[in-house]
Design a protein around this ligand. Structure first.
Ligand code: NDP
Ligand code: GDR
Length: 370
């Protein structure tokens, strides 16, 4: 039985990857941060009571900023594969917490690589580094491939740039099976609530159910190559099953504006939205409603721009070239953007229908949002 360690197991990708590896018969270990509240929602369906026998999922308290903790866990587990998914992963927040981000996302990767080296596991343990399309930042060329130059545009991307190169360096210096997956944006019903796609699908579901009036967004002109997280964790696994360690771009090759994502999400609940106006004055209006249960009316303003969501430096355009992954890994995504939006909208409508019932029954519901 192969043994895997996943940092960031409580995150979106960690949850899907844990599910995938368990289905492949792996013994899975995950690094979990101590939190004042339970933070395992995304993996609760995979949880196994440690008192039972044949437990194949084990969580360990730890943090990428704590090297002795990482060394101890890697020593205890002796993993065949490590997937380093743990990170402060929000680009906008990285401008507020640049030092923490550099430490966790940049040096955290070094700590893991060093743990493998110190423990003499360089020939046994393969490591996947969660690199990102944010490395491309300011557009140098499109579509972006494994050979496109990097130009990071945020403290997050700069930290990830260090992690990318230290992974390459340990591969070359110590012959480690260390690989970067340069993943373009990938989303799902498990996506963190403050990333733009989930913020939109949650907001649209709530608007359709009469729980919220409008969504405030930042730069809706920016273009992203959005895929489904379920497809992308499969690529991570494939990258570590190769004969030779290499880096791969994982993307769909299709790019879409945030504005068009908004329209697609509203269309899922029978609401047609059009945008008018310029810059911060731009607004999304309802132009038709084909949903008897919808609480909105033609003419309602359901999207407004709030400059607080603008970034000091933005990544305007991402579009990836997944040719190498498709030919060499045999990777083929099952979802396209339309099925991704449908999946997310179906889940969020179901989620907030529950809130609507609770409200109707006289209960209070709260919705923290940023
Ligand atoms: P999430 O934000 O959903 O999950 C991040 C995970 O990292 C969480 O489990 C979080 O724990 C954990 N974490 C945060 N800080 C630390 C730390 N200091 N020590 C240990 N664990 C920590 O991200 P995703 O699942 O979306 O992304 C996974 C990885 O892939 C990240 O590294 C991200 O930067 C990268 N990436 C993501 C892309 C995407 O589009 N999703 C694209 C390209 C790269 P907790 O739950 O306690 O917060
Ligand atoms: P990104 O994802 O920065 O690409 O990083 P995010 O969804 O946060 O932003 C995408 C684009 O949407 C614009 N935007 C907004 N973004 C947020 N979060 N909230 C808003 O209200 C809003 N309005 C407009 C942003 O400016 C941006 O252009 C994600 C993360 O998962 C990273 O960890 C990962 O490395 C990259 O994807 C690839």
């Amino acid at each position: 039985m192969k043994v895997a360690l996943i940092t960031g197991i409580t995150g979106q990708d960690g949850a899907y990857l844990a599910e995938l590896l368990l289905s492949k018969g792996y013994e899975v270990h995950g690094l979990k941060r101590r939190s004042s509240l339970f933070n395992t929602d995304r993996i609760d369906h995979l949880y196994q009571d440690p008192h039972e026998t044949n437990v194949r999922l084990t969580l360990h308290y730890g943090d990428l900023n704590d090297s002795t903790n990482l060394i101890r866990i890697v020593q205890e587990i002796q993993p065949d594969e490590i997937y380093n998914l743990g990170a402060m992963s929000h680009v906008k927040v990285s401008f507020d917490t640049p030092e923490y981000t550099a430490n966790a996302d940049g040096i955290g990767t070094l700590r893991l690589l060093e743990a493998i080296r110190i423990l003499g596991l360089t020939k046994k343990t393969r490591i996947y580094q969660a690199s990102t399309s944010e490395l491309y930042g300011l557009v140098q060329a499109v579509p972006q491939s494994e050979t496109t130059p990097f130009y990071p545009r945020s403290p997050y991307a700069v930290a990830k740039m260090y992690a990318y190169w230290i992974t390459v360096n340990y591969r070359e210096a110590y012959g480690m099976f260390a690989c970067n997956g340069i993943l373009f944006n990938h989303e799902s019903p498990l996506r963190g609530e403050t990333f733009v796609t989930r913020k939109i699908t949650r907001g649209v579901a709530r608007i359709a159910l009469g729980l919220q009036g409008k969504i405030f967004l930042g730069n809706i002109d920016s273009k992203r190559d959005w895929g489904h997280a379920q497809d992308y964790v499969d690529a991570m696994w494939r990258i570590l099953q190769q004969d030779e360690p290499e880096d791969f771009v994982i993307a769909t090759g299709v790019t879409t504006t945030v504005r068009d994502f908004v329209k697609m999400a509203f269309a899922e609940v029978g609401i047609e939205v059009a945008f008018t106006g310029e810059g911060v004055e731009e607004k999304g209006h309802v132009v038709s409603v084909n949903n008897p249960d919808s609480k909105v009316q033609v003419g309602d303003v359901v999207v407004e721009i709030d400059p607080r969501y603008f970034r000091p430096t933005e990544v305007e355009l991402l579009i990836g070239d997944p040719t190498k992954a498709k030919t060499q890994l045999g990777w083929e995504p099952k979802h396209d953007l339309a099925s991704l939006v449908k999946d997310m909208m179906t889940a969020d409508v179901a989620l907030f229908r529950r809130d609507a019932y609770l409200l109707k029954g006289g209960h209070k519901v709260y919705n923290y949002h940023e």
